[in-house]
Design a protein around this ligand. Sequence first.
Ligand SMILES: [Fe+2]
Ligand SMILES: [Fe+2]
Length: 296
Amino acid sequence: MYRLERCSGDDLALHREHLAIARPRQGEVHWERFDPSGYPAEALDAAAALYAHRAVQEMHSLALFTELAAQLHLLGAPLDWSGAFARMIADEVRHTDLCLRMCEALGRPARPEIDPSQLHLLSASSPRSHVRQTIVAAFCIGETISGRMFRRALRATDVPLAREVVAAIVTDETFHAELGWELGALLMRRDGPAFDEERRELAARLPFLFSHFAGLCQVTGDRAWALGSPPVDEGPNFGTLSEAGYAKAFFDGMEEDVVPGLVAIGLPEAEPAYEALVRSLALRDECHTEGTPERA
Ligand SMILES: [Fe+2]
Ligand SMILES: [Fe+2]
């Protein structure tokens, strides 16, 4: 475990270089225009907790992409893969910085705890298989769902600073998902004798991955519950959705993008894996409804 710090020292060359990377690719964030005194303390606390949590998730993406970039040569990938990964690593540095800086702007600087053991999502039988599985998991599922959530959060936010921060993240995440599907399609081409076994291994991991991302998106009920509850909570919106709003974005993302996309790149097992997840969530929701009055 370690604490994530934003800055080693304002006057260092490395920090100046970092600021150049962390600047949004489009638009600008007007930190100086934000006045936290215009918002209730509870709203600022909740927003700071949200952005500290996001900083951890962004840091995980940063570490994962850096690790993947070091393994691309195992696939014999062309040089443009490295260029695209270099951009994505820079993007995740930017997102982590934006989230930590948001906590500072809210008057609640954060040093969230990072658990490096949470980083390795999958353990595959071979390094090639590991790269293939990680790209499908992190991009075709993770970035696709997170892009959709951030786009909805952008529409929901009514705090100008949060709008600028989320817009900067959305620009990058949309690119990450697009790139992920290109990489996913390229990786699912039969490229050697181990391919069939690696494809089978990946297909067998889909139920775990779907349920893992449902957990990350805090999907605790079924689609009927998500549709029947407001997608955003009351009060000033710092770029977030309600629990049901996130769940709805998860279901829509899975049904409109992830599952059909995986089928299209050669993983038809995605359909039964998703159906099994939906069934298990419906069962869980029945238990919720019976056992927990707040959900009833
Ligand atoms: Fe990100
Ligand atoms: Fe990303």
